[in-house]
Design a protein around this ligand. Structure first.
Ligand code: HEC
Length: 635
């Protein structure tokens, strides 16, 4: 490596332009010392005279540049460290000491000067791979081994990205910096024509080429276990520390986690649209990869993850911009999972993967161009709450109406207690999922699905019970003697439980959708999300009021009849939604049929869901007929 010109430029720059130090170049110099010193000196002996001279020049340049830094709290420390660096290099010190000082200079500079050392959004490695093939592989080689056709006799030769020792000493930011600035005096040009995020993508891509699949996998396991809580490799650390530093601080797991994060940086990004869609695309790639390696189960799981933890969270936003695209992606992703299950040949699945990834990219582009306006955010916020909240509210209102009608207002507190605990626990779960535990999209859907099925069973039972009482003739008496007594402690607990299930299952998803919506909306429109929320709450309140008011007017017998039918219906709706949630989580198979989708009624066009709903309907009708016949026979 002979970046003499770089040196020359950096030395001349402050003088000629009389500007304050170019921070990026200072950092680049610091990086080069860290990387190359071990090739110049070993055990106090000079092993490569040319490199050693360069190291001495670099250390002097760093010292001079640090002196011309703009004033800051850490400037004195940086200058002092640079002085130590000169002394160490002059005395042919150990590489570890040089690296330690270089790392300290780097972190001090980054901490006190405004340098953009992290990408502003999740880098898209998919795209980076393509760019690499087009623009870099001719020198660096297809796999980063420095053996591209243009590399023959090149002096200095292109960097070999698969060189493990170099890998250990390189930061992602350092690579980004080189791609941005080039290395004067070598064939490595600057790439200003690539935008920031593409250069970051290439930096991450090349930073990971020396890694083994094994270490990435190991790091993935560390990440799945406790994220970056035990080993705090946040984005800043990820881009500005070396694998060697990470190993020194956190051992072998630190090294592995860094390997994983370098190949999957998107997991660290706050989940804006672009990041979520990038995440979905990466998971699709991983899924295909697993499938090609003959691991269909894993492939299936990853495809589920791509949907639940990526695409689903931007669906609401996309729907306001391009509903057709939303439907088409959703359908394709569902179909993809079925293809995995049906054992499609890998080559055909690959075609499908790329098609879906292209659709996801289209969605990303569209969302990128259009931040949601206040109006769209308002509409989404309203729809989300109405959709998620309506069925829970209907059940609660119907039960409340029932209690009021049988003169057991005192039992209302059990009902509302259940709702209250659900809200509280929902808030706690949400908080915990953000800060303490990781709730995957899969666990969320499974909880929601099982809760819905449980609620369906209870509602079905309640409907049946109510219905069985409609045959009574002396209503007032019957209620006093039977129903009021029947509402003992255990039934009240049941009531609370039902209210709890109905509400709790909706909360996590609602919060998640609102979070995503918040990020997707332009700053000036975000307050409209509150308005949407309030309007939807008002609508729900009015619906409750109507139910309570009109149910109070119905004669008792009719009230019981209507309530029982209503409970049956809700049971069928909940069953449909429960099945759908389990299918989304990939726990249940799904065979699509052509049938209309009615979200509000939990009707989705697939055999499993429709069969369960049909079965419930038939059982309800049979029971209805039987007890009607029984009661007519009695009277
Ligand atoms: C014409 C040949 C050529 C092309 C094309 C090329 N490079 Fe380089 N690259 C080099 C050479 C030569 C070096 C070594 C420079 C030196 O000696 O410091 C290098 C160094 C680098 C480094 C520094 C690595 C390190 O560890 O210090 C990075 C990063 C890099 N290239 C990335 C890229 C990327 C990304 C592309 C495509 C956008 C690319 N290069 C295209 C020739 C090339």
């Amino acid at each position: 490596m002979k970046p003499y010109f770089l040196l020359l430029c950096t030395l001349l720059l402050p003088i000629t332009a009389n500007a304050s130090t170019d921070i990026q170049q200072l950092l680049q110099l610091v990086d080069y010392i860290g990387v190359d010193y071990s090739g110049a000196v070993n055990d106090g002996q000079i092993t490569h005279a040319g490199e050693y001279d360069e190291m001495r020049d670099f250390s002097k340049a760093i010292f001079e540049q640090s002196q011309s830094l703009a004033a800051s709290a850490r400037k004195a420390e940086i200058v002092e460290l640079s002085r130590q660096l000169i002394t160490q290099v002059k005395g042919k010190g150990e590489a570890v000491d040089i690296n330690r000082i270089a790392a300290a200079i780097r972190s001090n500079v980054i901490a006190s000067y405004d340098v953009a050392v992290i990408p502003g959004q999740a880098p898209d490695l998919q795209r980076a791979k393509q760019l690499y093939v087009e623009q870099c592989s001719s020198c660096h080689g297809d796999r980063g081994m420095g053996d591209g056709p243009a590399a023959i006799n090149m002096d200095p030769p292109p960097v070999v990205f698969t060189d493990y020792n170099r890998y250990r000493e390189r930061t992602v930011y350092g690579l980004f910096n080189t791609i941005t600035q080039g290395v004067a005096g070598t064939q490595m040009k600057a790439y200003p024509q690539l935008n920031d995020i593409d250069r970051w993508g290439l930096a991450f891509l090349t930073s990971a080429m020396a890694q083994t699949g094994e270490s990435v996998k190991q790091g993935g396991a560390v990440y799945d276990r406790d994220g970056i809580r035990q080993i705090p490799l946040d984005l800043l650390k990820l881009t500005t520390t070396t694998p060697a530093q990470s190993e020194k601080s956190y051992g072998i797991e630190g090294l592995a986690l860094m390997a994983f994060l370098r190949s999957r940086p998107d997991v660290l990004f706050s989940r804006g649209n672009a990041a979520l869609l990038t995440f979905a695309k990466e998971e699709m790639s991983d899924s295909l990869d697993a499938y090609q390696k003959n691991k269909p189960k894993l492939a299936y799981k990853l495809a589920v993850k791509a949907y639940l933890e990526g695409f689903e969270l931007i669906e609401n936003g996309l729907n306001t911009i391009d509903p057709e695209l939303r439907v088409s992606i959703e359908k394709s992703m569902t179909a993809y999972r079925n293809l995995i299950r049906d054992g499609l040949p890998a080559a055909e699945l690959e075609v499908e993967t790329h098609r879906i990834q292209a659709l996801l990219q289209t969605a990303a582009d569209k969302l990128d161009r259009t931040r949601l306006s206040g109006g769209a955010a308002y509409a989404s916020a309203m729809v989300i709450l109405l959709r998620e909240g309506l069925e829970a509210l209907l059940v609660i209102a119907a039960l409340a109406a029932f209690l009021i009608r049988i003169d057991r207002r005192d039992a209302l507190k059990w009902l509302y207690g259940g709702v209250f605990v659900a809200l509280l626990l929902g808030a706690v779960t949400w908080w915990a999922s953000t800060y303490v535990i990781d709730i995957s999209g899969m666990q969320r859907e499974i909880t929601e699905g099982l809760a819905a099925l449980l609620a369906a069973a209870v509602l079905f039972y309640v409907g049946f019970w109510l219905h069985s009482k409609t045959g009574a003739t002396q209503w007032k008496e019957f209620i006093e003697n039977n129903i009021q007594k029947a509402l003992g402690k255990s039934t009240l607990w049941g009531l609370s439980g039902l209210a709890f299930i109905a509400v709790y299952r909706e909360i996590l998803e609602t919060v998640l959708f609102y979070q995503a919506l918040w990020i997707q909306t332009e700053k000036s429109g975000q307050h409209m999300i509150f308005t949407g929320f309030l309007v939807a709450s008002a609508i729900l309140a009015v619906v409750t009021w109507i139910i309570l008011r009109y149910s109070a007017r119905l004669p008792l017998r009719q009230f019981f009849a209507v309530s029982s039918i209503f409970m049956f219906l809700m049971a069928i709706v909940f069953a449909g939604k429960g099945i759908a949630a389990l299918q989304e989580a990939g726990e249940l198979g799904m065979n699509p049929v052509s049938f209309p989708t009615v979200d509000l009624l939990g009707i989705y066009p697939n055999i499993q869901g429709l069969l369960v709903q049909l079965a419930l309907l038939i059982v309800a009708i049979l029971m209805w007929l039987r007890s009607n016949r029984a009661s007519t026979q009695v009277s």
